[in-house]
Design a protein around this ligand. Structure first.
Ligand SMILES: [Fe+2]
Ligand SMILES: [Fe+2]
Length: 177
């Protein structure tokens, strides 16, 4: 398998979750009620799976190796856009969490911010994924030899193997603090 294989598989799961999140958002907007339990689940998915596991492999392995290559101006530009978009998604997620906390604290108007940030996230992800799948992943593979691609895939697997352990270590540490 090529190293972009796992990344593209992960995109499909992210898309499914985005569909679920969009559906739940419509219900929240109709009821004018924040589903805090669902938001916690959605944020955990976004932070642990979409960001740490998925963007983590992109940034810490694929983009790290790409940045050592003599890329075309176009590829370098797209990689920077993708990095900026990851930062944007993190910011929107943090703002969603803050709005949910504000709702819990009794600010009824926070529902509008919750709906707005979810809308931004569900509109953001498909475009970001399309850019990677259609404009970036296949052409940039050509910078790497077969051996380099195999090594990258192995590093992806090792990254994933550590993930579940890191996730629950962080859960414990959050309570210990
Ligand atoms: Fe990405
Ligand atoms: Fe991605």
């Amino acid at each position: 398998m090529k190293p972009i294989g796992p990344l593209m598989h992960e995109h499909r799961l992210i898309e499914r979750m985005i569909t679920v999140i969009a559906r739940r958002k419509d219900i929240m907007a109709k009821d004018r009620k924040v589903d805090t339990g669902f938001i916690d689940t959605a944020v955990d998915f976004i932070r642990t799976y979409a960001d740490r596991t998925h963007h983590g492999k992109e940034e810490d392995i694929l983009f790290r190796d790409l940045s050592k290559m003599k890329m075309t101006v176009d590829h370098a530009r797209i990689m920077q856009e993708l990095l900026d978009e990851h930062v944007f998604a993190r910011k929107m997620t943090a703002e969603l969490v803050a709005a949910k906390e504000s709702w819990i604290a009794g600010n009824a108007q926070s529902i509008d911010t919750v709906i707005d940030r979810i809308t931004t996230l569900v509109e953001f992800y498909p475009g970001h994924i399309r850019k990677e799948d259609k404009e970036f992943f296949f052409p940039i593979l050509n910078y790497f030899t077969k051996e380099e691609q195999d090594a990258m895939l192995a590093e992806f697997y090792e990254f994933d193997r550590r993930m579940i352990h890191d996730k629950y270590r962080l859960v414990i540490e959050a309570f210990e603090e």
